[in-house]
Design a protein around this ligand. Structure first.
Ligand code: PMP
Length: 426
């Protein structure tokens, strides 16, 4: 497979862009390869600058649940562009999107649109602190909530991939109120509540953790978080930037738990930059201009982005079987990997999310996730990349399956993934 043009572009990129990329994991450093510069994408395929075509299981890290360039979404975006790119004034589309969000995720009675997941989470934390009058927050080791200062503590995703789960440049004072518990470990949460009585504003969690590879919540864990936060007058924040509209409409419906605040990103923008945070009316009334918690954005609620978001959510809403189809396809991939991996790997899967860990341990938290052999992951990745299958260039990310993945492409992937696993020296 030719990669001359990608290599040329990467060399040029490195001159004026840090590491040659605008988000670290894209640099392929964890898999020792040259990043592929992409040119176009349609359905389940993505095409690079050398003309190579891949079946894409990154799906832009989650937004692409309908596949790339869905014709209905593209049409709405084009129509919206004709009417102007940004006004910095309210529009009907913002109202429609807020109504849709609250219809599909009822706990988000009132929501505010922002432009990224990072911004959504950062603002949600501020709202929780403003509402409770408390400063401390609890997060989980290996969960990623964007790159705002107070949350870059024991973080997953790119932070974990590049081996710096605590970032340089973050003042100690900015993280002194961030307490870290272990995912799926109730005792570790209980201990923090015992030690910090009446000081914890919120517990923030990825209801399904997808930034240390995919790690599922064990039975009772999310229920426990709901109870302990309620008992202590703290808020429960579900960071559904990945899971929102991906596992059924939200993880909260999947698990039947109502958080106080929810953060969204990715799918809610249908491929355009949108994030959102929202929750109970009394909490969201704290936000400016209704209340004293300040938060604003020049491009927030952008008309082109909201056009893409509304159309995407409407397509999902009007096709209730979609989640079952996604689950079936993904289960097929997971079963094929399990069979070929013969006990040397751990495959975690839920809905259209999946991870293959190169460990014989059951991956249920950060500690077990990092037992994975990342060199084997790199070999697995390389084998697939060279044969036209594009998966996340890091062990500590997740595979995303879209509605556009055809049965034929799933079969092809099962076969190649099986070969890739059999080629490894376990
Ligand atoms: N929260 C979660 C759970 C995420 O997965 C991400 C990004 N992958 C973020 C927040 C940050 O979103 P963004 O990259 O849009 O800032």
């Amino acid at each position: 497979m030719k990669d001359t043009r990608s290599k040329e572009l990467y060399e040029r990129a490195k001159v004026h862009i840090p590491g040659g990329v605008n988000s670290p994991v894209r640099a392929f450093r964890a898999v020792n390869r040259t990043p592929r510069f992409m040119e176009s994408a349609k359905g389940d395929r993505i095409i690079d600058a050398d003309g190579n075509e891949y079946i894409d299981y990154v799906c832009s890290w989650g937004p692409g649940i309908l596949g790339h360039a869905h014709p209905q979404v593209i049409k709405k975006v084009m129509d919206s562009c004709e009417n102007g790119l940004t006004f910095g004034a309210p529009t009907e589309k913002e109202v429609i999107l807020a109504e849709l969000i609250s219809e599909l995720i009822p706990s988000m009675e009132v929501s505010r649109l922002v432009s990224s997941g990072t911004e959504a989470v950062m603002s949600a934390i501020r709202a929780a602190r403003g509402f409770t009058g408390r400063d401390k927050i609890v997060k989980f080791r290996g969960c990623y909530h964007g790159h705002s200062d107070s949350l870059l503590v024991k973080a997953g995703s790119g932070a974990l991939t590049t081996s710096v789960p605590d970032s340089a440049g973050v003042p100690k004072d900015d993280t002194k109120n961030t307490l870290v518990a272990e995912y799926n470990d109730k005792d570790s949460v209980q201990k923090l509540f015992d030690e910090n009585k009446d000081q914890i504003a919120a517990v923030i969690v990825e209801p399904v953790a997808a930034n240390m590879g995919l790690v599922l919540p064990e039975e009772g864990f999310l229920e426990f978080l709901r109870e302990i936060t309620k008992d202590h007058g703290s808020l429960l924040i579900f960071d559904e930037v990945i899971t929102g509209f991906r596992l059924s409409l939200g993880a909260q419906q999947y698990y039947n738990i109502k958080p106080d605040i929810t953060t969204l990103g990715k799918i809610v923008g249908g491929g355009m930059p949108i994030g959102a945070y929202g929750g109970r009316r009394e909490i969201m009334q704290m936000i400016s201009p209704d209340g004293p918690v300040y938060q604003a954005g020049t491009l927030s609620g952008n008309p082109v982005a909201t056009a893409a978001g509304i159309e995407t959510l409407n397509i999902l809403k009007n096709d209730p079987q979609i989640y079952e189809r996604l689950e079936q396809k993904t289960r097929k991939l997971a079963d094929a990997a399990r069979e070929a991996g013969k006990g040397h790997i751990c495959v975690n899967q839920i809905g259209s999310l999946m991870s293959v860990f190169f460990t014989d341990q059951k991956v249920r938290d950060f500690e077990s996730a990092v037992t994975s052999n990342t060199e084997q992951y790199a070999d697995y990745f390389g084998y697939l990349l060279d044969r036209g299958i594009y998966i996340a260039p890091s062990q500590f990310e997740t595979m995303f399956i879209s509605n556009a993945h055809t049965e034929e492409d799933i079969e092809k992937t099962c076969k190649l993934a099986g070969e890739a696993l059999c080629s490894l020296d376990f």
